[in-house]
Structure formats: C-alpha cells, structure tokens
Design a protein around this ligand. Structure first.
Ligand SMILES: NC(=O)c1ccc[n+]([C@@H]2O[C@H](COP(=O)([O-])OP(=O)(O)OC[C@H]3O[C@@H](n4cnc5c(N)ncnc54)[C@H](O)[C@@H]3O)[C@@H](O)[C@H]2O)c1
Ligand SMILES: *[C@@H]1O[C@H](CO)[C@@H](O)[C@H](O)[C@H]1NC(C)=O
Length: 431
C-alpha cells in the first residue's frame, strides 16, 4: 500500500532531474551558435548555475524527493531526535539496513523499550522499494528516522558519528539472497565487503568506539554436513558468493577486533521469516503465487530428497539481536588505537527444528485455504544448500536465547499481515 506521497513522487527522483537539465543544455546549445552574444550568455550561465546550486542546497535539506541527499540543520535535528535515549542506562544504536525486513523489526523493538535509534538504508531496488518505503513510514510513525544513504559513503558515516555518539551499531545492511549472485555478483562485493569495511573504518575512528553487532548467515556452513550446525564447525566451504562474502565479513570483523579493539558480535541467522518480510524469499512468493492461482516451483535435492530449512520467526531473531546488543562488551580503542582486548563473538540464531519445503507449502495451503499448484524440480546448482539446522546453545548460555514460535504460528502471523498489506479479503479475493 504505497502512501499518497509515494504515488505522487517518483521513487527515483534523480531521473526527473537529469531529464530537466538535459533540456536546459539543449536550449543553451542553440543560443551559443551566435558568437557575438557569447560573453553575455557566459555571465548569465554563471549566475544561473550559482542560483541553481544555492536553490539545490536549500532543497536538499527540505525534501528528499528532489535529491536523495543528506545534511543540513533540519536533517541533523531529525538524526539527533531519533537518537534520544528515553530510559535509564539505555543505548543509542545506529541500525544499518533499517528499511529492510530484520532492520525494521529490530529498530521498532529498540525504540519501544526506550533506546535511541537512527536508521540508515540506501533503499536499493533488489526487491520492491515501495515495501522499504512503507517500512520507513512505519518507523517514522514511531519516531525513528531512517537516513537515505549508502554504507559506502564514508563522509555520511563520519557525519552521523559526529552528530551522535552511538554506543552500538546494529549492522544489517547487506546484499541478501543466494541466487541473485549469479546475476549481479558486484552488488555482494559492494555491500557485504566494501561497505562493511567502510562502516568498520567509521566505527574504528569514532570516539567513543561503538560495539558492533552484525548479521552473518547460516549459509557460512556451506557444504558442511555435520548437524546440527554449531559455531565451532568448519565454515570454509561456502556454496555461494553470498556465503563467501558473509564468511569474509567474519574474518574482516576479526581483524578490526584484533587491531583496533572493536567489540564484535556476528549473528548467523537461519532463514528468518514473518510480517514485513522479504519478497525474494520462498515463503513470501509461494504465498503470492498460491493466492494468484499460479504454479510454484519446489526444488528437490539428489534422489528426490526434500530441502529443509530451520525457519526462524522474526520475533525470536529480534530477541537474539537485543540480547546480543545488551551483552556486547565495550570496544576498547580510541583515536583509532586499541587500548586492550575486546570481545569477539559469533552466535547461531535459529529455531532448532528444520521443516521441509513441501511441509511449508502444506501449512500455507491450509492457512490460505487454496490448493497450491506444485511443480517439483531438481535443484539447479545455484548455491542453495539442502539442509540447515541450528545448535543455539551458545546464544542460550550467553543471553538466554530461546526461540518460542513454531512455523505454523509464525506463518499464520505472516499470512495475516500479507493479506492486509496487499488488500485481500479473508477469502483470498483481492479488493
Ligand atoms: N532474512 C534472512 O533469512 C537472513 C538470513 C541470514 C542472514 N541475513 C542477513 O540479515 C541482514 C538483514 O536481512 P534482511 O532479511 O532484513 O534483508 P533486507 O534486504 O530486507 O534488508 C537489508 C537492507 O539493507 C539495505 N542495503 C543494502 N545494501 C546497502 C548499502 N550498501 N547501503 C545501505 N543500505 C543497504 C537494503 O536496502 C535493505 O533494506 C542482512 O545482512 C542479511 O544478509 C538474513
Ligand atoms: C551445541 O553447541 C555446544 C556449544 O558449542 C556444544 O557443546 C554441543 O556439543 C553442541 N551440541 C550438538 C548436539 O552438536
């Protein structure tokens, strides 16, 4: 449900601006043909450019619909207000990927208990950006401001740390998805490797340094066949570029812990699902296709073995994220120098009970009251692993992590949200 504002304004305003300047340039070209008036035109051009630039800098601070930019007094005020702590001994958290699925839920949970939260997201179009803008609006309604920017923008990050002394960074911005890496490998390097380093550099330089909690992935277990997956198991056989960049992130964060004293907690999420979820994930597009009467493709492994996932409900993952933030020890560096050892931790956050994909479809059929048109296909070699199962005893020991939502209960909540968000009546008909 895009808001009225989002329907009136294009989500890629840059395009509109480029078209307009293009026309202006063409008009200038025609007039320059007469050389006698060239000097006057040049003066006029300089004056026009100057007034255009000053108008632009005014527009920058007043509306994001003209240029996707940041900065200015008004912007800083929004950042500062959003970061205000409203409980004793609360924290101020920079949440990257805040307009994403997990980021939205974590930001809301932090805000609700009185912590200060500032979001950062580049609203990229890997999946429907209108869903990201709707999540941003949900956050805005709760007083959480999401900055429109990229984690690769070092100047923006420095500015944010300049405006707010964040005690924690919850780093969730990433290029997610396993299969998309075959189409756009560069996006994984951009966000999960280069972006991560830029963010860690900003954290290193900040004074005080924040504690960093970030999302790795269960996919780092790759071709590992020992189950359940424990944190001490080998993770050196990734099956996808996505997994490889998450594994790289675990090693990169380790160096920042070792050299600069950053407190690091890496969380290996296991197939997170729920309301406001990601349209590129199977449970989400299965629901869409079933409701639209379209067939769904169900992958099967070798010898027709069903794929299975340790589906983890979003509320359980949020509890794990908050538990991690609450128990993250302090970073020890200052001025970019390490002053003593800081904690480096890695935790699985899963549900501990894998469910096969056909079982997942069965649950959806019951809740949607529509029979799925199932299309079984042998899994192509695109990076998916056949099976995931988390051992979460480390997280339980460290911060009492205990998942409590089974797949039926969680999917019921997802379906309820889906029907309402996309405007369905109870009986599957679109409004
Ligand atoms: N959902 C899962 O099942 C799952 C499983 C394992 C790991 N993870 C990890 O958890 C984190 C959150 O996942 P999610 O499911 O919420 O995904 P998501 O795609 O909904 O959220 C990620 C957000 O980050 C933003 N982003 C991407 N690149 C950016 C950049 N360079 N600068 C600024 N913003 C950027 C995107 O616009 C998006 O809103 C990711 O790191 C993901 O890899 C998720
Ligand atoms: C789960 O992990 C814990 C801590 O890492 C370990 O001691 C235990 O043996 C693991 N359990 C199983 C069943 O692998």
């Amino acid at each position: 449900m895009p808001s009225l504002e989002e329907e009136l304004f294009p989500s890629t305003p840059g395009k509109v601006k480029i078209d307009r300047t293009h026309t202006i340039h063409r008009q200038f070209h025609r007039c320059f043909a007469s050389t006698s008036t060239m000097f006057l035109w040049a003066l006029f051009l300089i004056a026009l450019t100057a007034s255009y630039l000053s108008f632009q800098s005014f527009v920058d601070t007043s509306s994001k619909y003209f240029t996707a930019s940041w900065g200015g007094i008004q912007w800083e005020k929004q950042v500062r207000n959003s970061a205000l702590i409203r409980r004793p001994a609360g924290m101020s958290v920079l949440v990257t990927g805040a307009a994403g699925f997990v980021g939205t839920h974590v930001s809301l949970a932090l805000q609700k208990r009185g912590d200060g939260v500032v979001g950062l997201d580049n609203f990229n179009s890997y999946y429907d950006p209108s869903l990201k803008h709707a999540r941003k609006k949900l956050l805005a309604d709760h007083g959480v401001f999401v900055v429109d920017g990229d984690i690769n923008d070092a100047r923006l990050l420095a500015k944010l740390f300049d405006v707010v002394a964040f005690s924690h960074v919850m780093h969730l911005a990433a290029q997610a998805g396993v299969r998309y890496a075959l189409e756009n490998p560069g996006s994984y390097v951009h966000s999960n490797v280069a972006g991560l380093v830029t963010l860690l550099e900003a954290c290193k330089a900040a004074d005080p340094q924040p504690a960093v909690v970030w999302a790795s992935s269960s996919s780092v277990y790759g071709l590992n066949s020992k189950t359940p997956f424990s944190e001490s198991d080998r993770t050196d056989q990734p099956a996808s570029l996505y997994a490889a960049t998450k594994k790289a992130g675990e090693e990169i964060t380790h160096t920042y812990n070792h050299i600069h004293g950053l407190s690091i907690t890496g969380l290996r999420f296991f197939t997170v699902y729920g309301p406001w979820g990601r349209p590129d994930m199977a449970y989400f597009f299965f629901t869409r296709n079933i409701l639209q009467g379209k067939p769904i493709t169900i992958y099967r492994g070798k010898d027709r073995v069903d794929l299975a996932r340790d589906f983890t409900y979003i509320d359980d993952v949020v509890k794990g994220c908050l538990g991690s933030l609450d128990t993250a020890g302090k970073s020890t560096g200052s001025g970019g120098k390490k002053r003593g050892p800081a904690p480096y931790r890695i935790f699985n956050l899963g549900n501990t009970s894998p469910v096969t994909v056909p079982e997942l479809v069965g649950i959806l059929e019951k809740q949607l009251k529509v029979k799925a048109k199932r299309n079984y296909v042998e899994m192509p070699g695109n990076g998916d692993v056949p099976f995931t199962h988390a051992n979460v005893s480390l997280a339980r020991r460290e911060f009492g992590y205990k998942p409590t939502t089974d797949l039926q209960t969680g999917l019921k909540k997802f379906v309820k949200w889906y029907m309402s968000y996309y405007g369905y009546h109870q009986h599957g008909k679109r409004v």
